[in-house]
Ligand binder design. Structure first.
Ligand SMILES: [Mn+2]
Length: 415
């Protein structure tokens, strides 16, 4: 029986939100996967690209990589890796950090020269896209973007000439149809052309996990170990453990299970402002959400607050700092992300032509005040008051005098 672990998108060295703690999270996530590998003792581990977050790696990140890979080398578990777009940037022939890890014997870097006449070199070649044992063949391609489909055709041609054995194709590419609204150069039919030649396509690149065991070849993407973006927190990634046995018909039976990698908690709160008439209502709604959060664990969470819908009061009255402070007090987060995606209420419509300057001013004030549900019922009165304040100020009235006037007007209205 053959067993392997399939990981992708480790993004080591990613200080998400500028926080060193997040880079530690990505490293810890890899540590989890390594511990699992040491328990399972697979024949090898696959890393389908984006080992590092940046093309240039700092000393701490390199140390994190070495500390993760050394125990696997010690246990005799090969790590096979391809370059993702983050590892490469674009190809310019320079050595990458993955090449260095390869030369240190910490991983086997599978790479391919798309210009080579023959893509698959003979067994025993110093470098290239091929890792082969008696019963398994792994072909790993770097991130190739839009040129991948054509290359797969050539690869299929070369594979047809080789003796058949259990074959894994490792790619760093998104697959069309897996993320709504995202167009990918790689389509399912490009992979279907490998039917009978490849048994397991080990994907990385998009960070949400998926499994297509019903297709031929079977397609898998384990997702990223940690969330590299807020929307990745809802479909957490991890790793696949694949177990492969020969079946009666001369093919293979594979059983593939996904494990989610334990991550730092990531809470996404969403408030629809459309039914909230005042900033106080919004704050109250936030408190309700905060009370529903799971109790704090060992790791401080990341909390995202998204405001959606239509704002019923003036955007100027929306105090995002206050909302952030409420979240900080209630959840003790590592990071608060507040995103105001709420549309402001309808802006003033063009006032009618032929109005006097004073009438035009009143019209604009009236429309602005009417947009705020707190003051809508007294918009006419307040627009009049604003005009009076302006007149007083132009006439040189003292601040105290203006204040008294406003206070008196408000008091009268409240009676
Ligand atoms: Mn990635």
């Amino acid at each position: 029986m053959l067993r392997f672990l399939h990981l992708a998108d480790l993004h080591l060295g990613y200080q998400q939100y500028g926080l060193p703690e997040r880079a530690v999270d990505f490293s810890r996530a890899l540590g989890r996967a390594v511990r699992r590998a040491l328990e399972v003792k697979p024949d090898f581990c696959l890393v389908a690209g984006d080992f590092f977050h940046h093309r240039q790696v700092d000393a701490l990140t390199l140390r994190q990589a070495i500390l993760a890979l050394e125990p696997l080398r010690g246990a005799g578990i090969p790590v096979l890796a391809v370059a993702g777009n983050h590892d490469l940037g674009w190809r310019d022939g320079n050595e990458s950090w993955l090449t260095l890890l390869h030369h240190l014997g910490l991983l086997t870097y599978l790479d391919l020269d798309p210009r080579a006449e023959q893509l698959l070199p003979g067994v025993g070649a110093e470098s290239g896209p091929l890792y082969e044992t008696d019963n398994v063949r792994v072909i790993g391609l770097p991130y190739l973007g839009a040129s991948l489909p054509r290359l797969l055709d050539r690869l299929a041609g070369e594979l047809r000439e080789l003796p058949r054995k259990y074959t894994i194709l490792m790619l760093h590419a998104g697959l069309e149809g897996t993320i709504p609204g995202v167009t990918e150069p790689l389509r399912p039919e490009h992979l279907a052309a490998l039917e009978g030649l490849v048994d397991y396509v080990a994907l990385g690149h998009r960070h949400r996990p998926f499994a297509r065991p019903e297709t031929s070849p079977q397609l898998y993407n384990p997702g990223s170990l940690e969330a590299a973006a807020a929307d990745e927190s809802e479909e957490p990634g991890g790793w696949f453990l694949a177990e492969v046995e020969p079946d009666e018909s001369g093919g293979w039976r594979q059983s593939v299970t996904h494990s989610v990698c334990p991550r730092r908690p990531f809470h996404r709160l969403r408030i629809d402002c459309t039914l909230l008439h005042t900033p106080g209502d919004l704050r109250h709604q936030l408190q309700t959400h905060l009370a529903d959060l799971p109790p704090a664990g060992k790791r401080r969470p990341i909390v995202e607050l998204r405001l959606v819908g239509t704002l019923l009061f003036s955007p100027a009255a929306l105090d995002l700092d206050e909302l952030t402070a409420d979240i900080e007090e209630a959840a003790q987060p590592l990071k608060v992300l507040v995103r105001n995606q709420a549309a402001a209420g309808q802006g003033p419509t063009a006032p009618g032509e032929g109005l006097t300057r004073a009438a035009l001013e009143q019209e604009v004030l009236l429309q602005a005040i009417t947009q705020d549900h707190r003051y809508r019922h007294r918009a006419g009165e307040l627009a009049g008051l604003a005009a009076e304040v302006k007149q007083m100020s132009l006439a040189g009235a003292a601040e105290a005098e203006i204040f008294d006037h406003v206070a008196q007007a408000v008091e009268e209205a409240d009676e």
